[in-house]
Design a protein around this ligand. Structure first.
Ligand code: GDP
Ligand code: ZN
Length: 273
């Protein structure tokens, strides 16, 4: 446990096990000091968690930095939406980071950035390899606890290495990772990269599932829909084929058409189940 007096090695009380509560990375805890000289303590209490992620298991994350790349691997916008939905559903803020812009000769990333800005996300375009845009990302992470998420091979480890060279993290070969899948069994931990700024040093989370989110609830996971949800004619409108739908009226104006269409495909896909 990290404290204002340095690192303490702590034992958990047996009580936690009985209650089925386990301290996880990111937890704020209260400890009692057993031996100050040896920096040994006893874990007394786990404070309430602001947020909790399942894989990797971490608590009290302020924001997810969702990393994607436009080329190598080609961007899959359904996947980007899916990650954002998971964050919204968990009440964790998300920032979108588009990496490898050095490879994007057609500058596709500009259009993609615009569409997610329209969806009310902060978007930061970077190249970990050529050190472009990293100051803006570092700034967006300052004073917060962040985790980098996104598909394998998009450059999460490379970004962390370029941002914080004092920590060296494993960077894999793209082809190797995609073909074989990568299972790092490394222990997850929080790095204090500067004062009050923490980063989960884990390569996850690389995948997500939104199967558990109700079809009716999905609309709440689209930030740009929220201002209009109360204005639809039907109280249970899901903004697909209903008339007098305030969300549909904004499509192409302040709701990005492509993102709306991906939403519809999700919801209609659910109907087929
Ligand atoms: P992760 O799986 O998301 O952690 O991705 P890695 O950081 O392991 O990177 C996957 C591959 O992409 C590696 O071969 C990196 O060298 C490469 N890569 C990462 N960032 C960039 C970048 O900005 N530009 C280019 N051209 N390659 C990059
Ligand atoms: Zn509607």
């Amino acid at each position: 446990m990290t404290t204002t007096e340095g690192e303490f090695v702590c034992q958990a009380r047996g009580l936690f096990r009985k209650q089925g509560v386990t301290p996880i990375v990111g937890d704020f805890v209260e400890i009692s000091v057993v031996d100050r000289a040896k920096a040994v303590g006893y874990l007394q209490k786990i404070l309430p968690r602001r947020s909790e992620l399942a894989r990797p298991k971490v608590a009290n994350i302020d924001q997810v930095v969702l990393v994607c790349a436009t080329v190598a691997p080609p961007i899959n916008l359904d996947v980007v939406d899916g990650f954002l939905i998971v964050c919204e559903n968990q009440g964790i803020d998300a920032v979108l980071c588009i990496n490898k812009i050095d490879l994007d000769k057609d500058k596709q990333y500009l259009q993609i950035a615009k569409s997610f800005e329209m969806a009310k996300y902060k978007v930061i375009c970077v190249s970990a390899a050529e050190n472009i845009g990293l100051d803006a990302l570092r700034e967006a992470m300052a004073g917060k606890t962040s985790i980098l998420a996104g598909p394998s091979g998009v450059g999460k480890s490379s970004i962390l290495n370029s941002l914080y060279p004092q920590y060296s993290l494993e960077v894999g070969e793209l082809s190797e990772k995609i073909q074989r899948g990568k299972h790092t069994t490394r222990h997850t931990s929080l790095l204090e990269v500067s004062e009050n700024t923490f980063v989960v040093d884990s390569p996850g989370f690389t995948s997500f599932s939104i199967a558990h989110i109700d079809k009716e609830h999905l609309q709440n996971c689209y930030r740009e829909f929220i201002p209009y949800l109360e204005e639809c004619y039907y109280i249970d409108c899901i903004h697909v084929s209903e008339h007098d739908c305030a969300v549909k009226e904004r499509v192409g104006l302040n709701i990005d058409t492509d993102r709306y269409e991906r939403y519809v495909r999700y919801v209609v896909g659910r109907n087929d189940e």
